[in-house]
Design a protein around this ligand. Structure first.
Ligand SMILES: Nc1ncnc2c1ncn2[C@@H]1O[C@H](COP(=O)(O)OP(=O)(O)OP(=O)(O)O)[C@@H](O)[C@H]1O
Ligand SMILES: [Mg+2]
Length: 500
């Protein structure tokens, strides 16, 4: 015989009807118990002991005896207040928009990141990321996983100057193009190339011919100034500025008849020409000094790299392109700076167009890029332009103090480096050593919680600062990505090949 069952609870009702029903239930239960006792006497089985308390437990308020006494009322409140009341339960979230990068160690949820979407939503206003961290903590892996996944989603990637050549297998795997520049290599880039002409200007209006000419002139002049400043390690005097501008103008005119882009040797020739023709000693001296300075770019260990027409075809539609400068390892610091400036200027000229869609531009091992004022200035200006053209820049550094390396405390260069940092609304900080940590804490104005997190971050885990919000994110690599990003293994393979 199946036993009768009863429904017991209705926690939200407290009216008399509910109480009557509960009483009836108790009566029924009592009856069932008596029937059981009688049945057990008939079969001489030891009866079950009587319950000490009635149904619902001891009859006292603390036991919430009788479900009908339990009142559950919601408290209307805002999510802001609720977050304050429970501050340690979970961190904020960016929402599901964007591409998966890993998981949030505070909230446990997936961390998706799409700078273009965040810009549209007003969460960030500067389209750049600064990525700091000790050696081997996973900075490059984060930049690579972000870039690869963006390319898979239809965006493009440019690596301005890949000093270790570690992006080469990544760019190949994405079906992109690698341009290798270095002493003895056949590839030549012309840093004075006009670049890709966008169909619209930064205001979204059709680009006029005179506007485009102005942009190209400004860009070429900035590149020449950068090179000269790197080589003479000071600002140009007004006379020097004037002779370089005239040299560029005359060089462009001389090349125009062949419908070719001006190259650095053209500017040098025009500078010698000025030196011979000028009457004023100031101009003669300035022209001579500038010509001799620029000759450095076309001679010695730099010869053949930036002194002629570009020998590769830049495919603006390629999903990824990188300038691999790893062959330059061991070159003089000046040569490395010149290469960075030229490769950076060339890449920026090629990618600064809204027609090519959205693009990620990576400056790997970026401390070289910011150690010269001219390069820094060029980068700052290009970053400002990039925003209008849908570009997201990533600058990878070891520590925030690398920005201070730009110049003396309080100098113009340090101020520019700080402005670069201020422009980057996304800052990702990987584990820092003790000395770097102190400066990081001072510069970035981190909260005490963030400070304590920073000291003990595991490899592959970064503290992300997006505007005023911060997240602790473990970057997850897929099985396909791991061997591709494994820098140690790759270096082993490469050295094996070199030795062969
Ligand atoms: N999130 C991760 N999951 C698994 N392995 C990782 C992760 N991040 C990095 N690694 C591994 O750690 C090693 C070092 O990573 P990576 O080259 O990205 O470090 P880095 O900070 O860029 O170093 P460096 O300062 O020398 O450039 C690589 O072999 C990489 O595969
Ligand atoms: Mg790296």
């Amino acid at each position: 015989m199946s036993e009768p069952t009863v429904e017991l609870f209705d926690v939200y009702e407290e009216d008399r009807k509910t109480r009557r029903q509960a009483k009836a239930v108790r009566r029924k239960q009592h009856k069932i118990h008596k029937q059981r006792v009688r049945a057990s006497r008939r079969t001489e089985i030891e009866p079950m002991p009587s319950p000490t308390w009635g149904s619902g437990g001891q009859n006292r308020p603390q036991s919430l005896r009788g479900a009908v006494r339990l009142k559950v009322r919601g408290i209307p409140t805002t999510t802001h207040t609720a977050a304050t009341a429970y501050p340690y339960v979970a961190g904020p979230s960016l929402g599901p928009g964007g591409i998966y990068l890993g998981y949030d160690l505070n909230g446990g949820g997936a961390f998706c990141f799409d700078p273009w979407d965040l810009y549209k939503r007003g969460i960030i206003s500067g389209m750049a990321m600064l990525l700091f961290g000790q050696v081997g903590t996973g900075k490059s892996s984060l930049a690579k996983s972000f870039a690869c996944r963006q390319v898979k989603a239809g965006r493009k990637l440019s690596v301005a100057s890949d000093k270790k050549g570690e992006w080469t297998p990544v760019v190949h795997a994405l079906g992109g193009e690698v341009i290798q520049v270095g002493p003895g290599l056949s590839t030549r880039l012309n840093p004075l190339d006009p670049g890709t002409r966008p169909s619209v200007n930064p205001r979204g209006e059709p680009m006029r011919e005179d506007e485009w000419e102005m942009i190209v002139r400004t860009r070429r002049m900035a590149t020449l100034e950068t090179l000269v400043k790197i080589l003479i390690n000071r600002d140009l005097s007004p006379a020097e500025h004037s002779v370089v501008a005239k040299g560029l103008h005359d060089g462009v005119r001389a090349r125009a008849q062949y419908e070719q882009a001006v190259v650095i040797p053209d500017v040098i020739n025009q500078l010698w020409d000025q030196k011979h023709k000028a009457q004023d000693q100031l101009i003669i001296d300035a022209a001579m000094e500038m010509a001799m300075t620029l000759q450095r770019v076309t001679s010695g260990d730099l010869a053949g790299m930036f002194d002629g027409e570009t020998s590769v075809n830049f495919d603006a539609d390629a999903p990824a392109v990188s300038v691999d400068t790893s062959a330059l390892r061991g070159a003089s610091p000046d040569a490395i700076r010149v290469v960075n400036a030229c490769a950076g200027a060339w890449t920026e000229a090629m990618v600064t167009t809204s027609d090519g869609g959205q693009r990620v531009v990576v400056y790997e091992e970026g401390w070289d890029n910011i150690s010269s004022e001219a390069d820094l200035q060029r980068m700052m200006e290009s970053w400002k332009m990039a925003r209008a053209y849908g570009i997201f820049n990533i600058l990878v550094l070891h520590k925030i103090a690398d920005l201070d390396m730009a110049g003396d405390k309080g100098s113009r260069m340090t101020a520019m480096a700080k402005s670069l940092s201020a422009d980057a609304d996304v800052k990702v900080i990987y584990r820092q050593d003790q000395s770097a940590l102190k400066i990081t804490l001072e510069e970035l104005d981190l909260s005490s919680l963030e400070r304590s997190i920073l000291k003990s971050l595991d490899d592959g885990v970064g503290l992300w600062r997006l505007g005023q919000s911060s997240f602790q994110i473990k970057n997850e690599l897929t099985n396909a990505e791991k061997p591709l990003f494994d820098t140690d293994e790759r270096m082993g393979i490469k050295s094996g090949e070199e030795g062969a």
